[in-house]
Design a protein around this ligand. Structure first.
Ligand code: 5GP
Length: 143
């Protein structure tokens, strides 16, 4: 495993604008500031992506998110919403392979954040939904 920039931040080898820290979790401003207040929440333990978590670590990391989200929302009254995003794999836009969750405050419809979200439901029959759900459910049972 090669060390990512986030390990260096966790070890305080390089600086970051920290907003929250405890034994398990660190949260700091994303350098890109897609919108003002854009924050990353991550486990200090190395997990590459969502596929790498156990349930306890995922629960602990996510348990910190509501209070960080509330703090972000109240820091600027212009904030009207918040997107929570976790990219997993290069194809899914992950660029730092130490898992992290983006909290992206939303100000206006045309602020700097956007998502493309197609509705393909017209292409699916009930049988196709059923087949996909059954295969995923089977894999969950096996995990
Ligand atoms: P990803 O594309 O993996 O979901 O997100 C990685 C994020 O890390 C990007 O939004 C990028 O701006 C941020 N980032 C990359 N290098 C640094 C850094 O050195 N410091 C901080 N604070 N953020 C970084």
């Amino acid at each position: 495993m090669s060390e990512t920039i986030f390990e260096k931040i966790i070890k305080k080898e390089i600086p970051a604008y920290v907003v929250y820290e405890d034994d398990v979790v660190l949260a700091f401003l994303d350098i890109s500031q897609v919108t003002p207040g854009h924050t990353l929440v991550l486990p200090k333990k190395h997990v590459a992506d969502i596929f790498d978590y156990d349930g306890d670590l995922a629960a602990t990391v996510f348990s910190r998110i509501p209070k960080i989200a509330r703090a972000i929302r109240t820091f600027d009254p212009a904030i009207k919403g918040l997107n929570i995003l976790c990219n997993n794999g290069a194809l899914a836009y992950q660029s730092v392979f130490h898992s992290h969750i983006h909290l992206i405050p939303r100000y206006t419809e045309d602020d700097s954040f956007g998502l493309k979200w197609a509705d393909n439901s017209a292409d699916y029959t009930p049988e196709q939904y059923e087949a996909i759900a059954a295969k995923i459910a089977e894999k969950i049972e096996e995990d």
